[in-house]
Write a protein that binds this ligand. Structure first.
Ligand SMILES: NC(=O)C1=CN([C@@H]2O[C@H](COP(=O)(O)OP(=O)(O)OC[C@H]3O[C@@H](n4cnc5c(N)ncnc54)[C@H](OP(=O)(O)O)[C@@H]3O)[C@@H](O)[C@H]2O)C=CC1
Ligand SMILES: Cc1cn([C@H]2C[C@H](O)[C@@H](COP(=O)(O)OP(=O)(O)O[C@H]3O[C@@H](C)C(=O)[C@@H](O)[C@H]3O)O2)c(=O)[nH]c1=O
Length: 295
């Protein structure tokens, strides 16, 4: 089965591609920039494609004719989206629409990566059917892209996830590996302590996406970890794992951190639907951390 994955140079895309290759799929990895990976073999293909360019998207879909599309590419930094709203809209909304229009020509199964940031975080532990009300421009673009996906005329699935972490296969650090670097160098760092998340180990998320493909499961799925932590609590676990008792990490409130994009306070996703329908079972945060920072 031919699967086109966007965002191949990103954290999520890289793990989805790795697991698709391991499961025997014909994988067409695609990213805006050149291939950062060292994936190889007959079933691995890379197509450099800016998905806001309609001609590039048409050419890729005509030549591949994918049976499944995993759309993981996005402008994924909320502060960047707040700062550059036109780019965020073009990438996250118009880009998704462009991919949907082309996917429809091939009746591809369309899987879209979305976020907990479409919720306002007043209650936490959101279910798939909860009302959405994003606080940030990033969240608004993802919500609007979700609306486009729901109107797709063929099979679709929306995967919402939260605070994804894991050892980078290539490319940039995740928040926890960046933090481990700060701890190693004993650098000062202020970490927010009033935002609750259900952090997601990236290999679990990828496994959930593969289960969606294999079961052809349609609709909305929440795929995250099940333990609830604030970033500061996660940072303390990183320090403990590294055996560092003396550090310069300081807990701060969202108001003190004062980031450009407003974040939900009580976020986190209820994963009971994914457990029941997909057999999804994430590792504990402790175990995910060991896999991320251990050898
Ligand atoms: N990381 C997280 O904590 C969470 C992520 N998500 C969602 O999951 C998805 C994946 O996230 P993650 O892997 O962390 O994101 P990354 O930022 O690591 O990767 C996103 C990738 O998208 C690619 N991209 C951006 N714009 C374009 C474009 N115009 N054309 C083609 N490719 C483009 C980039 O490619 P290149 O590098 O080649 O420029 C980049 O590698 C996103 O949709 C994000 O919104 C949801 C919740 C939490
Ligand atoms: C820059 C900075 C961030 N933080 C906090 C803010 C935030 O809660 C957390 C992680 O910061 P990040 O900027 O990596 O992540 P952030 O953008 O908040 O995280 C999100 O990513 C996007 C893609 C999503 O869709 C969300 O699900 C979510 O996980 O750390 C600090 O505590 N101190 C800092 O100096």
């Amino acid at each position: 089965m031919k699967v086109l994955v966007t965002g191949a140079n990103g954290l999520v895309g890289s793990y989805v591609i790795k697991q698709l290759l391991e499961a025997g799929y014909e994988v067409y990895a695609s990213s805006k920039n050149a291939d950062l990976s060292s994936f190889a073999g007959e079933r691995y293909h890379f197509r450099q494609m800016d998905f806001i360019d309609p001609y590039a998207v048409l050419e890729v879909f005509e030549s591949i004719r994918p049976e499944v599309v995993v759309h993981s590419g996005a402008m994924s930094k909320p502060d960047d989206c707040e700062r550059n709203q036109a780019d965020a809209y073009e990438t996250n909304v118009a880009g998704t629409v462009q991919l949907l229009l082309n996917a429809a020509d091939h009746k591809s199964f369309f899987i879209f990566l979305s976020t907990d940031f479409i919720f306002n975080g007043e209650t936490g532990m959101h279910k798939e059917e909860d009302a959405t009300s994003p606080l940030s421009y990033y969240g608004r673009t993802k919500q609007e892209a979700e609306e486009a996906v729901r109107e797709y005329g063929h099979d679709w699935s929306i995967v919402r996830t939260v605070f994804v972490y894991g050892k980078p296969l290539y490319g940039r650090n995740c928040f926890l590996t960046m933090l481990a670097g700060k701890l190693r160098k004993n650098e000062p760092f202020r970490v927010v302590n009033d935002q609750e998340r259900t952090p997601t180990y990236v290999a679990d998320l990828a496994k959930g996406v593969i289960a969606i493909i294999e079961k052809r499961a349609t609709g909305i799925f929440h795929l995250s970890g099940s333990d609830v932590f604030t970033p500061y609590q996660m940072a303390m676990q990183v320090a403990k794992f590294m055996g560092i008792a003396q550090h310069r990490l300081e807990p701060v409130s969202s108001a003190e951190l004062n980031e450009l994009a407003r974040r939900p306070l009580k976020s986190g996703l209820d994963i009971s639907k994914a457990r029941a329908v997909l057999g999804y079972e994430p590792v504990s945060f402790e175990e995910g951390l060991r896999k991320t920072l251990g050898e």
